[in-house]
Design a protein around this ligand. Structure first.
Ligand SMILES: Nc1nc2c(ncn2[C@@H]2O[C@H](COP(=O)(O)OP(=O)(O)OP(=O)(O)O)[C@@H](O)[C@H]2O)c(=O)[nH]1
Ligand SMILES: [Mg+2]
Ligand SMILES: [Zn+2]
Length: 344
């Protein structure tokens, strides 16, 4: 394998992936990027175009967790024998960044959303969908996966300028510093800001509740309406129009992934994600008199003191506690599960 071809470069390949490919892929195998995942069926793209693909039986056998399976945005080693209906995925290359979440339901199973993402567009609609706590969860997910977050507030045509400004203030008041783009897919306001924020060869991923306008935005950016979108009910509740994760190459060269709306968004575990997004609280906690302070009613608690002094918002602290509890419960569930599996 020599230098990186133009075709692969345009798909986001760089020397980091190339080096890993050199180690992981056999000489007769090709590097390809996963473009579509549709209920276990893959479409991958190599220098030679798109082909349907399946993981080899050997690869399936060797993977113990669903997060090790190929997902949209992954780079893979594949071979393509003309006699076969499907190309074979042999290896998934290491991920530079990723988006994953706890899967829906009570189990704390991890689920990949997308891999090798430079920027996550966290989409919320100004109309009905807006929720700062949920926004914070997505930000934790972004931090955990080493992905830069950008917030997109859609359907600005349905709210007044004042109402929009209020939402933006609410976000700032939470201490969230991610860039915010206000967008209307109807009037086109803000569309250029989204366009201008995107660079050729970089990968972007849209996430957010069903019905907030993710697919509509992609259609706008692509200048056609090939992606199915659907009118939502009057309550603003979405219907999950998009069912597959798909990577699109835009005309100006940026790579953009559409995902189905999410019903639930679990936080995985207490780690850098939690710490980074609440680093003010984390820093305060370091100053508590007792290192195991529960910030409940302990003497010498710096967190409680900051709330009393007005230096820390009570709501922000309560939100932190909520996410932390949830995160710890997931962590517990995960480790518990691990033990159970081992004992079999
Ligand atoms: N008024 C208004 N309607 C919008 C806007 N953006 C999208 N819509 C409408 O909202 C509905 C849902 O849009 P979709 O693009 O299908 O939403 P989605 O986020 O892709 O939803 P899922 O695929 O279910 O996750 C469609 O009827 C769109 O026409 C907007 O900025 N303003
Ligand atoms: Mg959609
Ligand atoms: Zn304390």
């Amino acid at each position: 394998m020599g230098s990186i071809s133009m075709e692969l470069k345009e798909l986001g390949m760089d020397s980091w992936f190339k080096d890993h490919a050199r180690e992981s892929c056999a000489a007769e195998q090709r590097i390809a990027r996963v473009m579509v995942v549709d209920r276990g069926q893959y479409t991958v793209r190599s220098e030679h175009g798109d082909v349907p693909a399946k993981a080899t039986r050997k690869f399936m056998k060797a993977t113990t967790s669903s997060i090790d399976m190929a997902c949209v945005g992954d780079w893979v080693c594949m071979d393509n024998q003309d006699s076969q209906e499907y190309a074979s995925i042999h290896t998934v290359l290491p991920r530079k960044s990723f988006l994953r979440r706890k899967s829906a339901g009570k189990s704390a199973k991890l689920q990949m959303i997308a891999a090798n993402i430079d920027v996550i567009f966290i989409v919320q609609s100004c109309h009905y969908d807006f929720n700062v706590s949920r926004l914070e969860r997505y930000l934790v997910m972004a931090t955990e996966g080493h992905v830069e977050p950008v917030i997109i507030l859609t359907k600005t045509d349905l709210v007044s300028t004042d109402a929009l400004q209020q939402l933006i203030t609410e976000i700032h008041d939470e201490g969230i510093t991610a860039r915010i783009i206000a967008l209307s897919n109807v009037t086109g306001a803000g569309l250029n800001q989204v366009k201008e924020s995107m660079e050729a060869g970089k990968t972007y991923c849209l996430v957010g509740s069903s019905g907030v306008g993710k697919s509509t935005l992609i259609n706008q950016l692509r200048g056609d309406d090939t992606l199915r979108t659907q009118t939502v009910s009057a309550s603003g509740e979405g219907r999950h129009t998009t069912v597959r994760r798909q990577l699109f190459v835009l005309e100006q060269g940026a790579l953009l992934i559409d995902t189905p709306g999410m019903r639930e968004l679990g936080i995985l575990a207490v780690n850098d994600g939690m710490t980074d997004n609440f680093d003010d609280i984390h820093d305060l906690a370091l100053q508590c008199r007792f290192s195991n302070c529960g910030h409940d009613n302990e003497r010498g608690c710096a967190v409680l003191f900051a709330i009393k002094e007005g230096a820390l918002q009570l709501e922000r602290y309560q939100n932190y506690v909520k996410l932390k509890t949830e995160s710890e419960r997931n962590k517990h569930l995960n480790s518990h599960k691990g033990k159970k599996n081992r004992s079999f």
